[in-house]
Design a protein around this ligand. Structure first.
Ligand code: TYD
Ligand code: MG
Length: 467
């Protein structure tokens, strides 16, 4: 029976479809997300079909690990889990202007430099624009490698599919961006749920049959999810987010899903005049502008994926202005956790900060999600409250419980190693109590200051005046 195009109102957030327009999507609760789209309604089949039999295998059979295509950018490889896997699909998401196109252009040029056949399709920029950008980036594409990097400006998925099928040489294909792609036969505009899903489906199907690695670039909405259907995240093998604050030069590539590697890996880059530069030692960069002798600052030894990274926590206290609750302005950390630590400092350590406005900032535009930052935040707060700087050679990590006790966090030795590597001489950490794990051995030259209760840390500031 022929398919019948019909008008439907499709929620751009969750894809629920309605016969009539309405302000609120009843499925996901979002407002003003319904858009008119022409969809093809396939009549329901009434005859039961009989399929062929599946050929099944046993789990314990032999298998070879997937071959990887090295992306040419070490930080990118780390996040991918070792490089591109042929036939796999990677979605690179991020805010507009964060540097997705730059990253992928640098990666494709590096790939071409090592002799891989690559196709970069842009639906957003003209060929000349891409060329100019490559020149500005000073990308080192060797003359003979130029034969292996194909550029195209197109939004037509049918054309792209035909080209790929006919040429059948490309090992890596980049689509910039999936929201600009358009498939004939789908009547809604590029960027709509139906288009994005149908275009992605076509390209993914081809990647699996022809065996090339496919990279889809996707824009992220204000709310932080990928514009277009969420379902895109389910269709691909890996979802990488390119994050950062546009006011800062740091960019972090983070894996949110990866079928071929760990999801907690990050790659750190700095956006410079000549493109993205890899940052193999992020700690040094994040601490580069630190002034050790100012009250209200503490160094936190954190973990980003498997990597230890040192960051600076800064706190500013000022007497509360106006009526009502004091201000809690937090950048890069969790306001609820800050409130918890303020409450613990007040209730368990007698440090009253409830009449103060608190401003907390993690420098470098980094976002910390680990509770291990509690101790560094507490140290910065105590330092700001007492007006005494933390020791310039000290770094902190540890989780704080509601009774003020300090709790162990993971990867103590890894954190200690990074602290020592950056030239710090003291590490403040939770007291070792566990009988199941061995006492951490500090690297040479690093002394461990074990803290059992938060009030011990407060005492260090108020009694000795140093920490
Ligand atoms: P772009 O890769 O176009 O972002 P996206 O594809 O994620 O939308 O990056 C654009 C921004 O990067 C732009 O605002 C300028 C900045 N930029 C630099 O700072 N240095 C550079 O060498 C390049 C190419 C871009
Ligand atoms: Mg772009």
């Amino acid at each position: 029976m022929a398919k019948k195009p019909t008008i439907r109102f499709v929620c751009q957030n969750c894809q629920a479809s309605y016969l009539k327009w309405q302000g609120k999507c009843e499925n996901c609760g979002e407002w003003n997300t319904l858009e008119e789209e022409k969809v093809e309604v396939t009549p329901r089949r009434t005859i039961a079909l009989k399929g062929g039999g599946l050929s099944t295998v046993r789990l314990d059979g032999k298998t070879t690990p997937p071959q990887r295509i090295h992306s040419g950018i070490e930080e990118f490889n780390r996040v991918l889990g070792g490089g591109f896997v042929p036939g796999s699909v990677v979605l690179v998401g991020g805010d507009p202007g964060i540097g997705k196109s730059t990253l992928m252009l640098q990666a494709t040029c590096a790939l071409a430099g090592t002799g891989h056949e690559v196709l970069y399709v842009s639906g957003e920029e003209a060929i000349d624009q891409i060329r100019l950008r490559a020149q500005r980036l000073g990308l080192d594409v060797k003359p003979d490698a130029l034969n292996t990097l194909d550029l195209a400006a197109s939004i037509n998925v049918t054309d792209i599919v035909t080209t790929l099928e006919e040429r059948h040489v490309h090992k890596v294909v980049v689509i910039d961006s999936i929201q600009t792609m358009w498939l004939e036969g789908i009547e809604s505009a590029p960027g709509s749920v139906s288009q994005v899903r149908a275009c992605a489906f076509e390209l993914i199907r081809l990647a699996k049959t022809l065996g090339f690695a496919l990279v889809l670039i996707g824009h992220v909405t204000k709310e932080g999810s990928l514009a277009g259907p969420r379902v895109l995240e389910h269709m691909v093998d890996a979802v990488l987010y390119f994050e950062g604050d546009r006011g800062h030069q740091f960019r972090i590539l983070r894996a949110a899903k990866n079928r071929f590697g760990a999801t907690d890996e990050i790659g750190v880059f700095a956006m410079t005049d000549s493109g993205l530069k890899e940052v193999p030692n992020p700690s040094a960069l994040f601490l580069a502008e630190r002034h050790g002798n100012i009250a209200g600052s503490a160094v936190f030894a954190g973990l980003e994926g498997t990597r230890p990274v040192l960051m600076e926590v800064q706190v500013l206290l000022s007497p509360k202005t106006g009526e009502g609750a004091p201000r809690r302005a937090v950048i890069g950390w969790d306001t609820a956790r800050l409130n918890m630590i303020l409450a613990v400092l007040e209730a368990r350590c007698g440090l009253k900060l409830s009449s103060m406005d608190v401003y907390l900032n993690i420098t470098g535009g980094i976002k910390i999600t680990e509770p291990a930052a509690d101790l560094a935040v507490a140290a910065a707060l105590i330092s700001a409250a007492t007006g005494k700087p933390t020791a310039s050679d000290a770094a902190y990590f540890g989780e704080i419980g509601l009774s003020g006790e300090l709790r162990q966090v993971s990867q103590t030795e890894l954190r200690l190693k990074e602290i020592a590597k950056l030239g710090f001489r003291q590490a403040f950490l939770p007291r070792h109590v566990s009988s199941t794990s061995a006492r951490p051995r500090p690297p040479q030259g690093l002394s461990l200051q074990e803290i059992g209760h938060l009030s011990d840390l407060v005492a260090l500031f108020t009694i000795k005046g140093v920490s």
